[in-house]
Design a protein around this ligand. Sequence first.
Ligand code: NAD
Length: 486
Amino acid sequence: MTTVLNAEAIGAPTQLMIAGRWMDASDGRTFEVDDPATGEVIAFVADASVDDGLAAVSAAAAALPAWSATPPRQRAELLRRTFELMTQRADDFARLIVRENGKALTDARGEVAYAAEFFRWYAEEAVRAEGHVQTAPAGTNRILVLRQPIGVSVLITPWNFPAAMATRKIGPALAAGCTVVLKPASDTPLTALAMGALLAEAGVPAGVVNVLPSRRSGPVVTAMLHDPRVRKLSFTGSTEVGRGLLQQAADCVVNCSMELGGNAPFVVFDDADLESAVAGAMVAKMRNGGEACTAANRFLVQRGIAGAFAGRLTEAMGALRVGPGLEEGVQLGPLINAAGREKVESLVAGAVREGARLTVGGTAPDGPGFFYPPTVLVDVPADAAILREEVFGPVAPVVVFDTEEEAVALANDTEFGLVAYVYTRDLQRGLRFSEALESGMVGLNRALVSDPAAPFGGVKQSGLGREGGHDGLLEFMESKYIAVTW
Ligand code: NAD
């Protein structure tokens, strides 16, 4: 039996969702979900086994023929209905996210609105999976290109945006006519399970979406990737885990979309508007408490404005209210877990040893929960370890540069290439610099790039493929070419 603590407060299912039924793990195992603000257990969730993983693939495979043959308009209406239901329940979803993830309620509300938009956008895209026809260059025949759903898709999501990372995959997959097995992060399975319930309530047929929390993700995912019925892996998570999954996917040549880690530079030129650069820095750094793949990880600031920028950033960071995410007025909740906090602590300590200076924060408070204060580091040497790794916390290291060439070199000096931010009033320089950046996305005088209508994704070791926009739909489709003479 699955035990649930605080069932009413959680308000989410805690079993696996396979073929439209809620069930315990085949061997009855469960795992704990904790509240990062207190460290207390809030629920026990079914821990899917390898057998459960394969049962979910069977359910998705069984549902595929009917779902892929469902008229696009009908699939669109179901996605639209899911958008409406999620919008109606936005506050419940936001509170659930705070309970298992810890983020501040305002961040959770922002996430739910963003997450729901993927259902609306892909309701609109479901009827726009256009192919094309052309005359072969030799004039002998026609080239017809159809778009077809790729098939059963395994979706794996991280804990930092428990709702949005799931909807960004489910929306396009369902719009394309694919059926899915969603494996959420084990720190945050409740939001994904609630989403499964919501999709069923909206009328999505049994087996089209299966939700499979598991602490045994290694063997469960390996088994699914070696099942020839699985044709797609859409993964969001760390580059390290992504690399391993790409190797496994190679065995059966499974199509992969990978949204991996980032190490975003936030570049401020002397001529930038200081107010707007600091406001942007707070958004790029502190959205989701710094636990975002898009989080500004390195502040590269031109010498003439560096002192003023660091001073204003220190003030703004120091003024943030830290506390449990559900408390009124709180702007920064706890980090996800003890390991996440230890990583931030050790990166900050390392930077200080390497010569950086703290202007605010830097010491975790006593008491329960995994809190870490907003922190600014100045005089950070350009080769400091904190500039190479994703901090994934509320820490802003500031590095000074002199020339545009130096800034490009510093910005691109990373294996990652997800997003970069640039602040300058010189439009020519802004565009020239954006073009020179090795990143999939650029925020030019803007600190928020995520948009369901835009292609989100990285270059270099930040990933393969794009989510969002029309590109996101095509990730779940194959092009079928028919050569025909008429
Ligand atoms: P993670 O790589 O540890 O886990 C991601 C998912 O993979 C989870 O569901 C986890 O259970 C699963 N997983 C872990 N090991 C596995 C294995 N061996 N086999 C199969 N599945 C496995 O990442 P995380 O800590 O949950 O999330 C943070 C990371 O995600 C950061 O690096 C962040 O940058 C990245 N991220 C990227 C994007 C993007 O769009 N590029 C968005 C959000 C987060």
